[in-house]
Design a protein around this ligand. Structure first.
Ligand code: APR
Length: 237
């Protein structure tokens, strides 16, 4: 990796691949989530309108399953970096699991929402929620039986995009971990970062669709390549 001495501000993008070794399905590998369910049936506002029970059951199942999983060494390593890094650092995750937080990271931004939140379509309040939504429970804030998963569906705007672009503008290093580069706007972040002069590094099991945009790519399971990289960064800083 390039000269670490001039690295102050780091933006890290994570995707489903960082949680794969924790036992959470990725989306686009064979047998992945989008082979078990059609996106248009469970992950769009139209799907929710058309068949809310199917969508609620899909996310109830994922919310329950995710709570039985544990962070893996990749999450632990990023948490170590977050705690030790004196400069700016932001982990922008596309994942709706809370494994980054459970590993001890705090500078985490969930651009596609969180499975442990419920979002009231009546009063717009987001509440911490670990149980099912299929029985249409009451919103803790307003009492309406109008809760939906706090997950960004296809066709909806990812969260906190201004904050993400501000972080990319000041990034000296952009690292992409465990994402296929198949879904925008996240897939475009490497181009933004590189155009703005950041070094770019990809840590992934296989080359992603955006691989050509990275100064360096290291291939391997996240539980191996992420701790190796973090140890390197902390030794150099
Ligand atoms: N270690 C590192 N990378 C891995 C591992 C692993 N153990 N296992 C899989 N990967 C890589 C795959 O090679 C792939 O490039 O992780 C990536 C997973 O890609 P996707 O399944 O497409 O997941 P992701 O990139 O997070 O999808 C982006 O699409 O469906 C939407 O909202 C959903 O947030 C998701 C978004």
């Amino acid at each position: 990796m390039g000269d670490m001495s001039r690295i102050r501000n780091i933006v890290i993008l994570t995707g489903a691949g960082i949680s794969a070794e924790s036992g959470i399905d990725t989306f686009r590998s064979e047998g992945g989530l989008w082979e078990q369910h059609r996106v248009e049936d469970v992950a769009t506002p139209e799907a929710f309108e058309r068949n809310p029970d199917l969508v609620l059951r899909f996310y109830d199942m994922r919310r329950e399953a995710i709570q039985t999983k544990l962070p893996n060494p990749a999450h632990d390593a990023l948490a170590r970096l977050d705690v030790a890094w004196k400069g700016e650092l932001l982990i922008v995750t596309q994942n709706i699991d809370d494994l980054h937080e459970r590993a001890g990271a705090s500078r985490v931004l969930h651009m596609h929402g969180e499975h442990l939140n419920a979002w009231c379509t009546w009063c717009d309040t987001r509440s911490r929620w670990s149980g099912p939504l299929i029985d249409r429970p009451e919103c803790p804030a307003c009492g309406a039986r109008a809760l939906r998963p706090d997950v960004v569906w296809f066709g909806e705007m990812p969260y906190q995009m201004e904050r993400i672009y501000a972080a990319l503008r000041s990034a000296d290093l952009f690292v992409s971990i465990g994402t296929s580069g198949a879904v925008y706007p996240a897939a475009g972040f490497v181009q933004n970062a590189r155009d703005l002069g950041a070094q770019t590094l990809e840590l992934n099991l296989e080359r992603s669709q955006g691989s050509a945009w990275f100064h360096e790519t290291r291939l391997g399971p996240a539980s191996v390549v992420v701790p190796e990289w973090v140890d390197e960064v902390l030794a150099l800083s």
